[in-house]
Structure formats: C-alpha cells, structure tokens
Design a protein around this ligand. Structure first.
Ligand code: AMP
Length: 304
C-alpha cells in the first residue's frame, strides 16, 4: 500500500494581479501530497528543507496524515526559494528568481518503509534523481507517474528519455509536450511520447483543461470556470495529486476510472487556484470535493 511522493519543497513568493504572498510553503511535493491526502493514505513524502521552513507547515502536512520520515531537514540550510509573477492572463508567468539552496544537493533517500509503496509520483525534479527513486523501490510499483518541465526537457534530454522508459504515466503541460515530442500538434505529440515509454499521457492546458491519452482513446476535461482565481501556482501538482489519489483509493486503472481520476485532479486544481499558495488545499471537506465533482459532470453534459 501507500503513495510515495518525491519533489521540491519550497518557500515561494508569488505575485498575481490580485495580490501577493511572501515566502509561503509550496513546491511540487507539498501540493501533490496535500491534494492526494483527501483520497488516500499513507502518503510518504521525500524532499528537503532548510531550518527556515515553518514548523506550522510541517504540522499541517502531519495533520493531513502525510508521513515525513523521508523529509530531510538541513540544519542551518535555506529552503529552495522560487519567486514568480503572473500576468493578467494567468496562463502566463515569469520566473523572477530561483534559489536552489538545499535543493541543489538533494539526494532522495527512501526510508525502508517507503520502498514497498504501490504508487509513485515523481514531481518535477532532475530526471536522474527520478530514476534513482524508481531503482530504489523494493518491488515494481503498480503505477509510476512522472512530471517534468522544459528545464529538464532541454537540459537533460537523454536522462529524461531513460527515465521515461520506466514510467507508466507522464503528466506535462501543453508547451512541455510540444517541446518533448518536437511536434506542435498535441494529439501527435502525445502519440510520440507514448512511444518513449509512458502508456498514458496527460497534457494539461491551464485554464483550458486537460487531455488524457490512453491507447486509442482521448478524453478531454474542462477546467472549472471559477469566478475568482487568485493564484495558479501548484495547480498542475494539485491536479496530479487528485489524479493519483483517486486511482490509489479505487485501485482501478480502467479507462473509465482514469477519466474519473482526471476529473478529481481537475477538482483539486480548481480548489488550489481559489486561494494563494497551498491555502486552497488546506481545509476541504468530502462534501465540497464531491460537490465540485458533480458540478464537473454538469459542466459539459449535453443531450444528443
Ligand atoms: P506549478 O505551478 O505546477 O509549475 O508548480 C509550482 C511549484 O513548483 C512552486 O511551488 C515552485 O516552488 C516549484 N518550482 C518552481 N521551479 C522549480 C524547479 N526548477 N524545480 C522544482 N520545483 C520548482
């Protein structure tokens, strides 16, 4: 049993046209684990922070039942810091600053109890480290899901291709899919990526939703049209957390259930963007999640 999550843990400074948050908790591993914690347990987190990472955020993760034996705390070190500014069109953002700090020498070490996890979600980190995690598993996980970004697609292309051979599902955004496949058309890009290893590809398109490609099928999910979006940071990771969380709780990898998982991913992403940082993932109830899931069904239901 169990979901292993590896990724960045950050202190983010975020500016959007609607406000600003300074040095708030973030990073792919935090968004993924927080979102998945509404669906499944145990979640086993692997990441690194410095001694400046707020105790209250560690307590939040613990309160969500997330196991932190694999969290490395570097005494006297500084946590990875990312700073970004969103444009009026929230699909556009500029990275203002990236300070790797303790993340620069991050070596994901899996505690013994993590190595039997059935589900693995590799957040956006160096593909060499992602592969090391896969190779440290004691048994072959039921599902390995991987995220990446243009930085690795460009800078560590050969390593990323090696990692992809061992991955079941790749989750990327549209520009990353185009770059990875050297193909502007997303349908053709997904097919090309599937030949690199993953048997399933999910392409996220920000406020335009997500596409799920399995062998021979395409499913298109909308993003929820919210009246107030404050901060898109981490939406993709919240999506991945909701997606794998639903699959882990149901243990059903059929095409129909993959579609439901994409909608649960979209539900968690929609809650994430409604507040700054991880605040939108902090206090959700089962009723709220199910309510938004039902709203998604209505959103694109139409009669013949
Ligand atoms: P997303 O909005 O899904 O791209 O995820 C945003 C999160 O990714 C933020 O919390 C950042 O701290 C984190 N992040 C930004 N740049 C990097 C990077 N180079 N490596 C790992 N995580 C990053």
């Amino acid at each position: 049993m169990g979901l292993l999550v590896v990724g960045s843990i950050a202190l983010d400074t975020i500016e959007t046209p609607f406000g600003r948050a300074d040095r708030v908790a973030g990073g792919s591993a935090v968004y993924i684990s927080a979102a998945a914690s509404y669906f499944t347990a145990p979640i086993r987190l692997v990441g690194v922070v410095g001694s400046d990472f707020p105790k209250s955020e560690i307590e939040f993760l613990e309160s969500r039942g997330i196991e932190l034996e694999g969290l490395q705390v570097v005494e006297g070190g500084k946590t990875f810091h990312w700073s970004g500014r969103y444009h009026y069109d929230l699909n556009e953002r500029d990275t203002l600053e990236t300070q790797l700090n303790v993340f620069e020498s991050f070596n994901p070490v899996l505690p013994e109890s993590y190595r039997k996890s059935r589900y693995v979600l590799l957040g956006n980190i160096d593909p060499i480290l992602q592969r090391r995690v896969i190779e440290s598993m004691e048994r072959k996980p039921d599902l390995i899901i991987c995220d990446t970004m243009n930085f690795w697609i460009q800078g560590k292309h050969a390593d990323l291709l090696e990692t992809l051979k061992k991955v079941d599902i790749l989750i990327v955004n549209d520009s990353e899919a185009r770059q990875l496949a050297s193909e502007p058309n997303l349908v053709r890009a997904a097919k090309k990526i599937m030949r690199l290893g993953p048997r399933i590809v999910i392409i996220k398109k920000g406020e335009h939703g997500a596409l799920l490609f399995t062998n021979g099928t395409v499913f298109s999910a909308p993003a929820f049209p919210l009246e107030s979006i404050y901060d898109p940071t981490g939406a993709g990771d919240a999506f991945a957390g909701g997606f794998i969380g639903h699959l882990a709780r149901t243990e059903d990898f059929s095409d129909d259930n993959l579609k439901r998982a994409v909608i649960y991913g979209s539900v968690l992403a929609s809650f994430c963007v409604g507040k700054f940082g991880i605040e939108g993932l902090k206090d959700l109830s089962e009723i709220e999640i199910l309510g938004r899931y039902r709203d998604f069904i209505e959103l694109s239901r139409f009669e013949y």
